[in-house]
Design a protein around this ligand. Sequence first.
Ligand code: PMP
Length: 407
Amino acid sequence: VTTLDIQQIRQDFPILDQQVNGRPLVYFDNAATNQKPRPVIDALTQYYEGYNANIHRGIHHLAEQATAAFEASRRAIQQFLNARHWEEIIFTYGTTDGINLVAQTYGRRFLGEGDEIIISTMEHHSNIVPWQMLCEERGCVLKVIPVDDNGELILEEYEKLLSARTKFVSCVHVSNSLGTINPVKTIIDMAHQVGAVVLIDGAQASSHIDLDVQALDADFYVFSAHKLYGPTGMGVLYGKKALLDAMPPYRGGGEMIKEVTFAKTTYNEIPYKFEAGTPNIADVIAVKTALEYMAGLGKENIAAHEHELLQYATEQLSELDGLRIIGQAKEKIGVVSWVMDGIHHQDTGVILDQQGIAVRTGHHCTQPLMQRFGIAGTTRASFAVYNTKDEVDRLIVGLRRVQKMML
Ligand code: PMP
């Protein structure tokens, strides 16, 4: 039972207070991006109104203030992930950017002909394509962990894929399409036993699950701020110090150098080695506010509330004729995906939108997973802390209307 006052929390999110197509907005597209509470929006404004300046290189007051706030965010994220060293926190543009960074630097330096990279069937395209690009360039081989009918990874099959040839494993913590929470600790331990390095895509985990990269022993962990009540265009790559130190830089430019001459350039230390150019200063600063906001509510309380919504929605959806839920893993976050007999998901999305209900439809950037289930796509509702059971009821009424109109 949730201890949070959800109606009070809703007041923190200005965007929720609006009508869409004449109905109060129901926002169930949180896995794509969740909404921003007032303190996060204020942090952005305060930066631009009060101390906008470029960081690290200035000696004037505003530059020092901006730099301090920027670096304070790095420490906050270090704590959030329980990373051992602050230098292990690299700011990126998001999950996609973090994975590409690792593929393009670690991958190109350390992976070669015949080396095997393991991903899973439920990866987001952003954790498939960068590895395919690397394989094409370096002659590595991509292997894929299958999923069962419930949407869980088949660990016995994963074990069979692992060998001395396995050099890298890149796996999603929580599936954005199905909500499945993967046993990442086990996945990492199994990979380490054959000496492979592991990246975990935490895009969907970061706002729902307590993270501890040391306990997990993750080599790399990536996420996006915009999925944890923070701004868009900002993300984090965590990497173990020894690995980051050994990796060549990603992009060249200002900030990432020690000394530049036309004869030779020497590179800066981590994390700056990977942070060329002016970063998203305001967004980085506001992430700290987002983390504080989540911590204030208590991540376990948020998770408990979302779990209640998931259970309720799953029960209610199951009562609709011809509706099949895709992904029935034992461990799930608040994401529910379904298909309905005789109705295309796109029609579902349009008719729900007419009733002010925002869901996501399609393949959710996981086409191979959709192929695994023999479907073109699903309709997906994904929950955040501000959602309510009444909104789930609105969804069910909405879906009955979809069936009435389409069948
Ligand atoms: N991985 C997963 C599991 C995701 O859900 C997403 C976002 N939908 C991404 C990666 C990519 O994140 P971003 O678009 O923020 O880079």
